[in-house]
Structure formats: structure tokens, C-alpha cells
Design a protein around this ligand. Structure first.
Ligand SMILES: C[S@@+](CC[C@H](N)C(=O)[O-])C[C@H]1O[C@@H](n2cnc3c(N)ncnc32)[C@H](O)[C@@H]1O
Ligand code: SF4
Ligand code: SF4
Length: 378
């Protein structure tokens, strides 16, 4: 890939002109749409799946997508349950793109095949977030690199940008460093984030020693400052530290306003924790704006996409500024690799070490409308 291409990829997430309007007007930036409640796994920490529910129909999903777009939303994150269990997921992605959404999809990756990725790419999917918690399965989570490593090859020439996200808790902590290193070594923007409680504030799994968790997050901050592709912004890492330290962060939650969720029954939810019985089809911009307020559930909130968007909207210059500095640190490495003498052709890389997103040295291939400081993923 040409040097200029690589450098511009480093900053392509800053489609700030597009996103900037949403930072200052009253319309929403992003919506997470539950395309199904159904899931093929049963991670112990998760309260977001329900196999007693049928998949919503494609025609209902399309109606909701139209409405979400009419509200002015720019980005849609397809979540679940497990989105790849929905039989019409490719058509849904195509529709989201047709109506103008920047579109991402979060998956456990178990049902991902090369053909499915190609179909999603052809439908216009821009970002796929694969959840990977450990290197090998445990009783708590089966989402591991053991399953995902062989699938990284699929992304080698794909236009779909791959991100990896893991959950940090007592069970995963001993392997979290390996998860992060495995992703970063392959040029994949990777993030590990603190497990959150369920809507009743109950932790379904052991959180782990606060000191060890803090050390891990501090280490991610150091790596991030060094220019590595830690796929979250420093403000959210600082926020997680403040949760562990018990020191409150002053912020105003924008959930239900700048970002919101739509359930697999079409219900409007402020976030994955705060649910309402209102239907998305009845929601107005005034309803959204009414949610622009500090919320009683802010203390200890673990809905990091809401924290990230809220901090960004509150102080864009600070959040974006730090991100730009971190990314700028990658440019010298790109220059070095571009001008280094070409190594002779050698045997293929070991299986699973495939570079993705353009190159193992380059930035995520964020596509138009996809702002990296507050990605549309959940
Ligand atoms: C609910 S899942 C839905 C998509 C898909 N099934 C998956 O696992 O990627 C979305 C994301 O939420 C994360 N998640 C679920 N429960 C969590 C919890 N209690 N704390 C932190 N992250 C959690 C998952 O690991 C995943 O990255
Ligand atoms: S985290 Fe994702 S894969 Fe795991 S049970 Fe929940 S919805 Fe399913
Ligand atoms: S503070 Fe957290 S839990 Fe409460 S509404 Fe906002 S995002 Fe949801």
C-alpha cells in the first residue's frame, strides 16, 4: 500500500466535518440496533441474549432503520444477541448502507465464514468488531483466539475493517495481555474493557483484583500514548481507572439523546441498561433531547460507548486532540517501513499472523462516516 494511503488511513477516522455537525446540533450520532435477541453462545457475564425470542423480521427491521435514519442518526451498530444468527443479516446491512448509515456489526465470530464476510463486504459493511476474551476457552467465555485466529485470513484483502474487543474480568485477566498483543501484532485495533454489571448492578462474574485491573488499564494507556492501536480513546481508559479507584468522573450522560439503543422488539432504550416501553416508531427529536441530562445511574456506569460519546460531545477538542497525537506517533513507523529496503520473498507467515486492515503497520481502515473516537459499536 502506498505511503500516502497508509498515512491518510491513520487519520481517516477523523471524518470530523461529517461528525462535527452531530456534536453541535440536536440530532443523534449513533444507534445500536439489536438485530436479534438470539445467541449461539452463553457468556457468563452477559445479560443481552434471550433464546426464547424469535428473530425480528427483515421488514420490521427495515422500518426501524428508516425511522432511526429519519431522526438524523449517522451511524448504526448492529448488535445482539448474535447478529450473524439472523438469516437476513446481509440484506439488513445492505439496507443500512442504502439509507446512508455508516454501518458496523459486532459478533462473536463463531458463524463467520469467508463467504459470509465477502457477502457482508459486498453489502457495504464497513466495520466488524469481533469479541475475543481469551486465548483458550473457559467456563466463563468461549470467545477466544483459538476460534478467531484461523479466520483472520479472511480479512487480508477485505475492505471491512476489523476491530477486536475483549472483556476484562477475573477469568480473562491472566490472558488479556496475550489477547491484546495478539491483536496488535497483526495490525488490528484491539481493546480490552472492564466487565460491567447487569441492569440491577449485579456482577454475574468475579471482577478481579482492582490493583491488577488497574495495572492492566494503565499499561493500555502507556501503549496508547506510544501510538499503538488500542481501540478506544484515552478518556475512556481514564474513566475505567476512575471506576476502579472509586473517584467519580464529572460527565453528563448523552444516552437516549446522542446515542440510543433499539431492542429486537423495536423498543426505544436509552442504553443497554436503561430500557423503556416506548416504540422507536413513536420517538421524536424532542423525546431524545429530553434525555440530555445527568442520570441517576451515572455512578459506576459501564456502558462505555455511552461514556465515550458523552465525553466526546462534551469536550471534542480534548478527546480528539489526544487521539490525533497518539495516531501521529504511528507515522514515523510507516515512513520507516515504506522506505526500508524490501526484504527478500520469504516463506508465508505463520498461520494466524496475518496482517489485516491493509497492513500490520497501518491504521484501521476506517471508512467514511466512521469516527474512531466514538465508534458505533456497543
Ligand atoms: C452483547 S454482545 C453482542 C454481540 C455479540 N454476540 C458479541 O458477543 O460480540 C456485545 C458486546 O458486549 C460485550 N459484553 C457483554 N456483556 C458484557 C459485560 N457484562 N461487560 C462487558 N462487556 C460485555 C460482549 O463481549 C460484546 O463485545
Ligand atoms: S456476549 Fe455476545 S456471544 Fe456472549 S452471550 Fe452475550 S450476546 Fe452471546
Ligand atoms: S449513565 Fe450509563 S446506565 Fe445510565 S443511562 Fe447513561 S449509559 Fe445508561
Amino acid at each position: 500500500m502506498k505511503l500516502l494511503d497508509q498515512v491518510s488511513r491513520e487519520f481517516s477516522g477523523y471524518n470530523i466535518l461529517e461528525s462535527a455537525r452531530r456534536l453541535y446540533d440536536r440530532k443523534p450520532l449513533q444507534c445500536s440496533l439489536y438485530v436479534t435477541d438470539r445467541c449461539n453462545l452463553d457468556c457468563s457475564y452477559c445479560t443481552e441474549y434471550d433464546n426464547s425470542q424469535p428473530h425480528p423480521s427483515l421488514s420490521d427491521l427495515k422500518k426501524w432503520v428508516d425511522k432511526i435514519r429519519e431522526l438524523g442518526t449517522m451511524r448504526i451498530a448492529l448488535v445482539g444477541g448474535e447478529p450473524l444468527t439472523h438469516p437476513d443479516i446481509v440484506e439488513l446491512v445492505r439496507y443500512c448502507r442504502e439509507v446512508g448509515f455508516a454501518t458496523s456489526l459486532t459478533t462473536n465470530g463463531f458463524l463467520l465464514t469467508k463467504a459470509k464476510l465477502q457477502a457482508l463486504e459486498e453489502a457495504g459493511l464497513q466495520v466488524m468488531q469481533i469479541s475475543v476474551d481469551r486465548m483458550t476457552p473457559s467456563p466463563i467465555t468461549k470467545k477466544t483466539f483459538k476460534t478467531i485466529l484461523p479466520k483472520l485470513d479472511y480479512f487480508k484483502d477485505s475492505k471491512v475493517s476489523l476491530h477486536i474487543t475483549g472483556v476484562l474480568c477475573h477469568d480473562t485477566l491472566p490472558e488479556s495481555t496475550a489477547v491484546l498483543e495478539t491483536g496488535l501484532a497483526r495490525g488490528i485495533p484491539t481493546e480490552v474493557r472492564l466487565v460491567h454489571a447487569d441492569p440491577t448492578s449485579f456482577y454475574r462474574v468475579q471482577r478481579g483484583s482492582p490493583e491488577a485491573l488497574k495495572n492492566f488499564i494503565e499499561w493500555m494507556i502507556v501503549r496508547k500514548r506510544g501510538g499503538e492501536k488500542i481501540h478506544t480513546n484515552e478518556a475512556v481508559l481514564d474513566y475505567q481507572l476512575s471506576l476502579l479507584n472509586g473517584t467519580p468522573t464529572d460527565w453528563t450522560c448523552m444516552a437516549g439523546y446522542k446515542l440510543f439503543f433499539v431492542s429486537a422488539q423495536g423498543k426505544f432504550w436509552e442504553c443497554s441498561m436503561v430500557k423503556t416501553e416506548k416504540h422507536i416508531m413513536d420517538i421524536t427529536l424532542d423525546d431524545l433531547f429530553a434525555n440530555y441530562r445527568k442520570k441517576p445511574c451515572q455512578a459506576g456506569c459501564g456502558v462505555y460507548c455511552a461514556v465515550s460519546t458523552s465525553l466526546l460531545v462534551e469536550n471534542p477538542a480534548k478527546v480528539v486532540g489526544k487521539e490525533i497525537v497518539a495516531r501521529a506517533k504511528r507515522v514515523p513507523a510507516l515512513m520507516r517501513s515504506a522506505f526500508a529496503p524490501r526484504a527478500p520473498e520469504v516463506a508465508a507467515e505463520p498461520k494466524g499472523s496475518t496482517a489485516v486492515n491493509g497492513s500490520s503497520q497501518s491504521a484501521p481502515a476506517a471508512k467514511s462516516d466512521e469516527s474512531l473516537v466514538g465508534s458505533a459499536k456497543h
